[in-house]
Design a protein around this ligand. Sequence first.
Ligand SMILES: CC(C)=CCC/C(C)=C/CC/C(C)=C/CC/C(C)=C/COP(=O)(O)OP(=O)(O)O
Length: 372
Amino acid sequence: MYSIYSVAVKPCIRVSNGKCPSRKSIIARAEVTVAPQHRTTRIFPLLSKDGIPLADLHVQEIIERQSQNNILAREDPCKKPRFHPTFLEESYEKCRNICAEYAKTFYLGTLLTTEERQKAIWAIYVWCRRTDELVDGTNAGYLSSAALDRWKERLQEIFDGRPYDILDAALTDTVFKFPLDIKVVRMKSCYENFQELYLYCYYVAGTVGLMSVPVMGIAPESLVSAQSIYNAALYLGIGNQLTNILRDVGEDALRGRVYLPRDELGQFGLCDKDVLSMKVTDRWREFMKEQITRARFYFNLAEEGASQLDKASRWPVWSSLLLYRMILDAIEDNDYDNLTKRAYVGGARNFSCCLWHIPDLYRVARFFYKGQ
Ligand SMILES: CC(C)=CCC/C(C)=C/CC/C(C)=C/CC/C(C)=C/COP(=O)(O)OP(=O)(O)O
């Protein structure tokens, strides 16, 4: 019923000579086209590289289509918004606190990147979270179209260098530093199938991934296409959101919310009511196993792109991947009892989960010691 947001990102596209075109020439809007329904009896019709719905997002097409967009105004130093440094510092500090409070795992990853990047990512996250809260939070049912219009106006004001409040100030500063463009869209939020759920994940988390790429930066020596790197960032967002959904099933059920694909629940003889009743059954376990497999699938895809990021941005991303994978392990470890308690319990369990991720740990450690 509600809406989330979508982003337009102006990526550094790698062209055939391996060089990035100038910032001026490229802007991409990450819009979504929903693919026609696949008729199939398989549990995960989309669980293959060729079948993933992202193929329908045509990221490259989007990048190219929007490449003509003109954001020169933002590159004009005269138009750069001026803030009192203390005010801006306070604004970013507030964004940091919100990110640390509401996106704990994500926040840990941001701590490992450079100061300028982490601030930008916090500002982006906060705006996304506020939009999400507005359109999908507890009071979303009362959201009038006038209020949504006002929110859109405020977004425009951010891009015009006139932030409405202190939190908007950080994003205003960020969009003048990094090639980002963002828009608010409305979409429904009941998930009959994975495609609908994917779309939701795309809006709430995939977009954060897409927006993060220009901030994280692509390695100058990278030879792979910009599209594949953007895709990887998108997959990290999708995997993260799927993981959060699986981790928080019980919490969401207490709020009367089910973020699981109904048709897949049905294939295991389950329905929303079973989820809301919060009973861990064999059917539930089998259902969860499949869902976890799918989240891991997205993380594996994301990992391929992480190595193509700017050196300084790789290990925060690898570390985040490690943390997200540990959450999935913890759900398994808890015998899929995420219906009655939070599976991710921290402490010793997490440490033991770490041991299953030696390759990730090795990469992070190697980067830490050798810078590569
Ligand atoms: C892989 C490549 C090429 C780039 C990575 C680019 C980045 C930084 C992508 C981040 C994508 C991502 C993980 C988005 C999710 C943001 C989000 C909605 C986080 C929610 O926060 P959590 O920290 O998971 O929440 P909890 O506090 O509930 O754990």
